[in-house]
Design a protein around this ligand. Sequence first.
Ligand code: PMP
Length: 380
Amino acid sequence: MERLYLDHAATTPVAPEVVAAMLPYLTSAFGNPSSAHSFGREAREAVERARRQVAASLGAEPAEIVFTSGGTEADVLALRGAAYACRRRGNHIITTAVEHHAVLDTCLALDTEGFDVTVLPVDERGKVRLEDVAAAIRNTTILISVMHANNEVGTVQPIRAICEVAHRHGVLVHTDAVQSFGKIPVSVADLGVDLLSLSGHKIYGPKGVGALYVRAGTPLEPLFHGGGQERGLRPGTENVAGIVGLGRAAALVKEKLAEETRCLRALREYLKKELVARLPDVRFNGDQEDCLPGLLHFSIPGVDGPTLLKMLDGEGIAVSGGAACTTGETKPSYVLLALGLAEDYTRCPVRVTLGRSTTVAAVERFVAVLDGAVRRLRGE
Ligand code: PMP
């Protein structure tokens, strides 16, 4: 049975071009970038090339890119780093109820360390309201962290408008762009953010590498100390092959973005149409306009989500239960609860995320198998 992978928001396969770019840095060009000899120089040049590639894909300066071990570390460095650096100015941080755990749990931890965290609600589509952001700002507010696109329902937030409000009050803005980068245009100038997180393994790059964009002049304290790598903000010998892979993957994003976005949007619309035709009571969650092009999150009333996912897995189809990034899919999703959806909806969501290799035939197979499984579960 040929397996069908429709969980690209969880992770993606590494693109062949990326594997080819990485390979020499695991074998012949294995030097430590901090060494002065030719092996070191070769590795250092590769890291700096990758920095230029990542910067170019965001419209940033290379000096504004700090490589990390992934999206989680980039989020934590942004939040803790900015919070500690601004602590003399104030202790108030604003975030939203639908952030990834890397942000939410870090905020909760900071709250126990003397910072004061406001968690804003979202509307029924998962969007934060600008008036809520404006009303939450105090003269002690130092940082606002709102994700660019939600990993569960795909809703895209009005980051530019949030930055305009925040900057009027001298408040820094961080956005987690782990899900949006590579799927919709992400330009730090257009968004206006001070800090932005991204991750390699969501963009056909390797796992265990990511980056934090730090606008020039943004106050940030390192979380740990060691050698002076990454301008002292993230010391430790760099994951050279991973960074090279991230750089190549980011360059591919720049090349392919417009065409890929168009294809994914068309496939998503087709998937929606097919689902409605077979399962008229299907409910789509999240904003259907401002959304990621390849993500569709839906609920089928009365159907037990974990059982459905097991049946799909048994047919070789990999999708997510929607409550991404938690194990044991039985808990209602905090994201759907924040959207104000009733518990029976939150218990049975399915998140399908299409990718570079997804075809029309794949969408049709998914819908046919899903339809069969739902009918069996409903005893039809
Ligand atoms: N933020 C978001 C929105 C994510 O979807 C993820 C990955 N699930 C992360 C952060 C964490 O990234 P990483 O897996 O690279 O640590």
